[in-house]
Design a protein around this ligand. Sequence first.
Ligand SMILES: Nc1ncnc2c1ncn2[C@@H]1O[C@H](COP(=O)(O)OP(=O)(O)OP(=O)(O)O)[C@@H](O)[C@H]1O
Ligand SMILES: [Mg+2]
Length: 369
Amino acid sequence: MNIESIFLLNFRNYSEQYIELDPGINIFYGENAQGKTNVIEAVYLLTMGKSHRTNKYNEMVKWDKNDSRICIKFNKDDFDYNIDFVLKRNQKKQIKVNGVRLDKLSDILGKLNTVIFSPDHMKIIKEGPSERRRFIDSILSQTKPKYYYNFTQYLKVLAQRNVLLCNEKNDGIIEKTLDIWDHQLIEYGSRIIKDRQIFVESIDNKAWKINKELSGGREDFHLKYMPSIAYGKHEITDIKNAFEKRLTEARASDMRRKLTQYGPHRDELNLFINDKEVRNYGSQGQQRSVLLSLKLSEMEYIKDETGSTPVLLLDDVFSELDKLRQGFLISFIKNVQVIITCTDYENLYLGDKSTYKIFNVRSGKVYNK
Ligand SMILES: Nc1ncnc2c1ncn2[C@@H]1O[C@H](COP(=O)(O)OP(=O)(O)OP(=O)(O)O)[C@@H](O)[C@H]1O
Ligand SMILES: [Mg+2]
């Protein structure tokens, strides 16, 4: 996967900007608040259909304008793509891929593949389970359109079930309607659980290998998926049965508490180094290595699933890594296109990577160095 060019029109602090990227490393350097992350945000927006830092699309339109546009040309498996994303204030997004209009925003998923890594991702390690679920969900949504569908349907059903549980009238009609919602919750939820299970097994192996090397062979890093429903085998029917059993057992207490206590929205993903939980016992350095291992295994996973290497977006992280980890990362990403943002590129370790391009970003303009 290789991004050839990015065109920004009235996007954040950019008026009109055309950027031609190198197939190797691309370094965007500049002082704070100049527009470096905005470039990364634009690429992420065309990967996921949404920003990595806001849910409000209007925020991305330049303050004094009403329409914004991002065009990205890229090559994937010897095929040229052109995504044209038009963002108008308070209006439906208009997206075209190679001139053909997409019906739904979510149809953009799976076209442009990227892995984003910013200091904010430390939350995956340090914070609560929702950050780790988000980590899984965003990767699976990018690689499996069906997962994204099941996931959004699940959330809708869950919201409706919770509204019903808040209903004050406790009569038979509520119980009957709950049966209907439960049935759907089980259908969508079980598929989510199954996909997450397979995903975690696959990424566990990759991350273990990477972290082993990063730690000089000293550490065994493992990910453990802890679904809120206990089930024996991977078969979808086993998961469905276990989910149904759990919902039935918990129904009275769900009704008392007015919420749904079991299901994929309550799953946990635990991270361990040598059998100790990284969140509680890992040193700063170990936590950083674990995050790097997770992000690099995310790259490998996307490559395995889609057949092409995703573009790596490193927002303010590369310069924060020590020489050892910078060197490791550079050797790992030999044939990967990378976008790096930093305030100063002088001290970056780029190894013998021959192709790279340096851009200077100053008040919403990108200059070739
Ligand atoms: N909708 C918008 N319209 C115009 N300017 C905007 C808009 N949204 C953000 N900005 C401006 O964009 C700039 C921030 O850009 P960005 O986050 O890319 O900075 P950065 O170069 O990554 O900085 P840092 O090094 O601090 O991370 C700020 O000056 C901000 O005021
Ligand atoms: Mg930034």
